[in-house]
Design a binder for this molecule. Structure first.
Ligand code: PRX
Length: 646
């Protein structure tokens, strides 16, 4: 029997000591299903409301939901001030560690002062409730402070991951209509300062409407300066008062926009609002990880530029008064034990990360974690892609010491918070399966017609009831919101875009995307977006991109390109040029792992590229059915062109 089959059959019961003191017990499922809206209303009581809601959910105009209708709150007040007022000002909010080893310890009281200063600064710059502020920062505390400052004054933040290109930033600035950009001179990445400001200068020069660029000094790199537009953070924020009166906003007031890849080249601005979002991120953070605010040290090892960072570095942990670790750099800098060193140093008790990182650690070998004291850990989390049973077991044994439950959390940028995951003190764990809809969440597996499937069948994942942290729309494009998520099975059913299987016990296994979206190291990248970038290069006539399975990153990007007649040079130099072109155009995460120059692409009679066949080639498999191809010899031509290693 292979190790994987052995693991798949195994169950890992909730550790007794943990179960005995867990924040939630098995009855939570019953309670939520008896009265779903009452259940969420009870969770909303975890927050401090300036005005209570009149109605928990208004779903009279699906798919446009309103949660906690009539309620008013200030999100930043809930994340910071109320903890200080309750006497927890000295409690650490973040143990921040820079990649070079510099550190900052930020208490809730200090965070409150910083957020108030930044809120005053934004107000001075003319930012008002509803205005959009772009944040393009490395993983430094100012990223959190900026987000909360926006929330405090009702401005809508739009964080763009620092690894995205100037082009990607420019299109997001335009789509969101941002007026102010908060950035830094640079950040530290793999042992060296990496500049950010040049990308902002480039992007801002091409868009309308950005009045000011607020620049945090982090690396002391030289920066170009546009007088009147550019301002140093330490000047403008530094001189502000630490007093700022938070205003209460409507529960449905927009909190942030986060762009994510869809099936077309244009990224979608996912809009999240205030009361429902904060309720679900706070409750899931507390229940999924069994968070004990007084004793845990929580670490989401992700970037704030992704939704995981928004919900589980910033909003969830702060709403729960947690102490978090925040780390600027990469896991291998300056050595491959850096993460384990941080766990040991700060006594991390809960670690939340992605399967791709676990597989990288597996590759580096178990001797590395074995060299550190990881005994503080008690709960582990996983997010971003299915965790294969081998990686699960390795994580369990070599990082969790065989004693920590692994909470595999399925969710999306669109869902805002955890949707399907086991609960650490409740569920008998099955490696590789996200298992159970979170209490108060209704997830089903259906066939192509939307009929619910029984156990032991494979189909499509849908969510059949609205949930508090759901996206409210796609920024500026209600039609696309309806079309993308709520049209396949009608306006009451959310189509997630993932394939799923229910096993004989009714547990859910996620099977990856069913659309043209790739998942590379837990990051969503659209095949169309990479194709558009490739065909924008003068040497390329046509391109087809597929996600091929990859032992470390989950999927790797493989591109097939047809060159223009004038660019017959199909040598290695051109391939490298094209890879760099995509990296520059979209960002390094979108750089194809492999580019194959071909004479033709397999197409159906209606002209659609058959990516399925290209995936077979990229994964070195026997080819599937080719009968719908216009010309079935095309595939032989492609295969003949391939290097032996492909
Ligand atoms: O395919 C699913 C996969 O990631 C997609 C969502 O990507 P994104 O919006 O970037 O959010 C990532 C972080 C929440 C999903 O449609 N996915 C995410 N978590 C899991 C997962 N697939 C399987 N298991 C998971 N735990």
């Amino acid at each position: 029997m292979s190790e994987s089959t052995e693991v798949e059959g195994r169950r890992f019961p909730a550790p007794e000591a943990l179960a005995a003191q867990a924040n939630v017990g098995p009855e939570v499922y019953e309670e939520a299903s008896r009265d779903r809206l009452g259940f969420w209303a009870k969770q909303a009581e975890r927050l401090t409301w300036a005005q209570k809601w009149d109605e928990v959910l208004d779903w009279t105009n699906p798919p446009f939901a309103k949660w906690f209708v009539g309620g008013k709150l200030n999100v930043a007040y809930n994340c910071v001030d109320r903890h200080v007022e309750a006497g927890h000002g000295e409690r650490v909010a973040y143990h921040w560690e820079g990649e070079p080893g510099d550190t900052r310890t930020i208490t809730y009281a200090q965070l409150k002062d910083e957020v108030c200063r930044a809120a005053n600064a934004l107000t001075e710059l003319g930012v008002r409730a509803g205005d959009r502020v772009a944040i393009y920062l490395p993983m430094i505390p100012e990223a959190v402070v900026s987000m909360l400052a926006c929330a405090r004054i009702g401005a809508v933040h739009m964080v763009v991951f620092g690894g995205f290109s100037a082009d990607a930033l420019a299109s997001r600035l335009t789509d969101a209509g941002a007026q102010v950009v908060i950035t830094a001179d640079g950040g530290y990445r793999r042992g060296a300062p990496s500049a950010l400001k040049p990308a902002v200068d480039d992007a801002v020069s091409r868009v309308e409407g950005v009045r000011n660029v607020l620049v945090v000094k982090r690396t002391e790199q030289d920066v170009a300066w546009t007088e009147g537009r550019d301002l140093w953070w330490h000047d403008v924020v530094g001189r502000q008062s630490t007093e700022h009166e938070p205003e209460a906003f409507d529960a449905e007031h927009p909190l942030y926009i986060m762009y994510t890849s869809g099936t077309t080249a244009k990224p979608k601005g996912i809009l999240h609002t205030s009361g429902g979002y904060l309720t679900q991120v706070a409750f899931t953070h507390w229940a999924s990880f069994d968070l004990k605010a007084d004793s845990d040290v929580f670490w989401t090892a992700a970037d704030v530029g992704w939704v995981t960072g928004h919900s589980y570095i910033v909003y969830g942990p702060l709403a729960n008064r947690a102490t978090s670790v925040m780390y600027e750099g990469t896991p291998e800098t300056p050595h491959r034990g850096r993460w384990f060193e941080l766990i040991q140093k700060y006594g991390v008790t809960i670690l939340y990360t992605a399967p791709t990182v676990i597989r990288t650690f597996m590759k580096w070998g178990e001797d590395i974690p074995a060299g550190f004291d990881l005994s503080s850990l008690r709960v582990l989390g996983s997010v971003g892609e299915p965790i294969n049973p081998e990686a699960w077991l390795w994580y369990h044994q070599n990082i969790g010491g065989g004693r920590c439950p692994i909470v595999d959390t399925w969710w999306q940028t669109e869902t805002g918070a955890h949707m399907i995951n086991p609960l650490p003190g409740v569920t008998d764990l099955k490696p590789g399966s996200a298992q159970t809809p979170f209490p108060g969440i209704s997830a089903k597996v259906v066939d192509d017609e939307g009929n619910e499937l029984g156990d032991d069948t494979t189909g499509l994942l849908v969510l059949t009831e609205p949930w508090p942290s759901m996206l409210r729309t796609i920024w500026g494009d209600d039609d696309r919101y309806v079309d993308t998520y709520w049209s396949r099975f009608g306006k009451q059913v959310y189509f997630a875009g993932d394939g799923a299987k229910k096993d004989a016990d009714g547990d859910i296994w996620l099977l990856g995307r069913v659309d043209d979206v790739m998942n590379v190291s837990g990051h969503r990248i659209s095949t169309t977006e990479v194709e558009s970038s490739l065909v924008a290069h003068p040497a390329v006539a046509e391109a087809a991109v597929v996600g091929a399975s990859d032992p470390t990153t989950g999927q790797g990007i493989v591109a097939f390109v047809i060159l223009r007649g004038s660019a017959e040079d199909s040598g290695e130099d051109l391939v490298q040029t094209l890879r760099q072109h995509v990296a520059r155009d979209i960002g390094p995460i979108a750089k194809p792992r492999q580019i194959m120059v071909v004479q033709e692409l397999p197409k159906t009679r209606s002209g659609k590229i058959m990516r399925r066949l290209l995936r077979d080639v990229a994964e070195n498999r026997e080819m599937g059915d080719v009968t719908t191809l216009t010309d079935s010899s095309v595939m032989n031509l492609i295969k003949d062109k391939l290097p032996a290693s492909a």
